[in-house]
Design a protein around this ligand. Structure first.
Ligand code: NDP
Ligand code: 2IT
Length: 443
């Protein structure tokens, strides 16, 4: 019954493979929902939810340190504002094109709904490659990007944040330029800000911590814990580093992590201070970690980080980084839980391998929702001109993740898919948005 809707998506959005993948993955869960709720079909909810409310594409010219004019393309897809202002990150990576931004914006709708916070879904970014660029070049790029983007965003309209290639440094330059152009100190227009200029404690850590809180709920549900577990994390950016930090705090041992150049295995457990120094301060490749660590660590370029035997896998790098053969390797090595810190890192074939093998799989739209949820807490603090303690904010984050976990399980149960977190997340997020769309009429 949903095939005609998927065919329509393929026809309307040619060449956008990641967007097709994300919509298909949602539609695959919605069969029991449309059977029980004909009113959604009558109101065209699914067709409307798959069509962005607005898509903005713009030119981003800037001058590099050698005085050469460089040209990039900027995007902001304002996907769905039913529950609140569009909310979602900005990604700066050479692979960015409309199909990636649309897949991310689409995921964001349902993820944001699951948090229970009043935020709609959106995403943006650019094909700009920050690697090897000086601070001055990053600043000029961010200023040019915001010189166009500013007219589309606002604390009640659209609130960007970070994603791959966009962290505290970039949010600073973006906020500075927004403030300058608008002559307004509108803190709530961006999240992920520095603590002294409107940011929230815990936002930096929130996505990684939240993913581990979610995985911890899965383990608790099975009468288990992180204590003594070996864990493999992919990536070594914001999400990966903070996921590793929380795993260690809960008694687990992170034995491998990666970047796009390869991976490191460190059986003694990744030294997080050293990893942060290498990746966040020196901005070097992951091999520099193994060189500095010596003895227990080795840098590997063959195969994938998923070849390292582990109890729990946390993919925290990028979309489609864990495919069928990686899933088979993980299953063969006894991995029991996979929780996605990244957005859509597991391919549909990999997810099927996990399901067949009885591996518990937590999809990104549930497991990595702690980042955007804490962004919503940052918006709350900005709106009330307040700032909360680390402990209070982290407690809110943990409760939100526990709540999302429970909602996934309850919804999966209610729709005949007990224990299926992907079905629970898709259906739970969808129904929340669909009911509100019904109330708001055909818009
Ligand atoms: P960062 O830029 O901080 O780190 C990204 C990491 O992933 C780096 O180690 C990077 O390696 C690796 N990576 C990126 N692209 C590729 C690629 N094509 N192949 C192999 N490795 C790659 O980003 P984040 O940690 O913020 O984001 C990671 C994931 O988490 C993304 O999927 C993002 O959408 C998702 N996410 C992020 C949230 C946040 O709050 N930041 C919230 C929710 C989800 P290299 O440096 O070599 O490129
Ligand atoms: O994918 C994501 O949820 C993010 N990159 C965070 C979005 C946000 O607005 O904090």
């Amino acid at each position: 019954m949903l095939q005609p809707i998927y065919d329509e998506i393929l026809g309307r959005n040619p060449g956008e493979a990641e967007f097709h993948q994300a919509t298909r993955e949602l539609l695959d869960s919605l069969g029991p929902v449309v059977a029980r709720h004909p009113e959604y079909t009558d109101a065209g909810i699914i067709r409307r939810i798959c069509e962005p409310e607005r898509q903005i594409i713009f030119r981003v010219p800037w001058v590099d340190d050698a005085g050469q004019v460089q040209l990039n393309r900027g995007f902001r897809v304002e996907f769905n504002s039913t529950l609140g202002p569009y909310k979602g990150g900005l990604r700066f990576h050479p692979s960015v094109y409309l199909g990636i931004v649309k897949f991310l914006g689409f995921e964001q709708i349902f993820k944001n709904a699951l948090t229970g916070m009043p935020i709609g879904g959106g995403k943006g970014g650019s094909d700009f490659d920050p690697k090897g660029r000086s601070d001055a070049e990053i600043m000029r790029f961010c200023q040019s990007f915001m010189t166009e983007l500013y007219r589309h965003i606002g604390e009640y309209t659209d609130v960007p944040a970070g994603d791959i290639g966009v962290g505290g440094r970039e949010i600073g330059y973006l906020f500075g330029q927004y403030k300058r152009i608008t002559n307004r100190y509108e803190s709530g227009v961006l999240t992920g800000k520095g603590i002294s200029w409107g940011g929230s404690l815990v936002r930096t850590e929130a996505t990684g911590y939240g993913t581990v809180y979610f995985a911890n709920e899965i383990l608790k549900n099975a009468g288990d814990s992180f204590d003594g577990k070996s864990v493999v994390v992919s990536g070594s950016g914001n999400v990966a580093i903070h996921a590793a930090e929380k795993v260690a705090a809960l008694g687990g041992r992170v034995i491998a992590c990666s970047d796009s150049s390869g991976y490191v295995v460190d059986e003694a457990g990744i030294d997080l201070d050293l990893l942060k120094e290498v990746k966040e301060v020196r901005r070097e490749r992951i091999s520099a970690y193994a060189e500095a660590r010596g003895g227990s660590a080795r840098f590997v370029t063959d195969g994938a980080v998923w070849d390292v035997p582990c109890d729990i896998a946390l993919p925290c790098a990028t979309q489609n980084e864990l495919d069928e053969k990686h899933a088979v390797a993980l299953v063969g090595n006894g991995c029991a839980v996979v929780a996605e810190g990244a957005n859509m890192p597991c391919t549909p074939d990999a997810v099927r391998v996990f399901a067949d093998a009885g591996v518990t799989f937590a999809p990104g739209k549930a497991a990595n929702a702690g980042g955007v949820a804490t962004s919503a807490l940052e918006m709350q603090q900005n709106a009330s001109r307040d700032s909360w303690s680390f402990a209070h904010t982290e407690e809110r984050l943990e409760q939100i993740m526990i709540g999302i976990h429970a909602r996934c399980l309850e919804t999966a149960d209610a729709y005949g898919a007990p224990g299926n977190y992907a079905a629970g997340a898709n259906i739970g997020g969808f129904i929340k948005v669909a009911d509100a769309m019904l109330a708001l009429g055909v818009i």
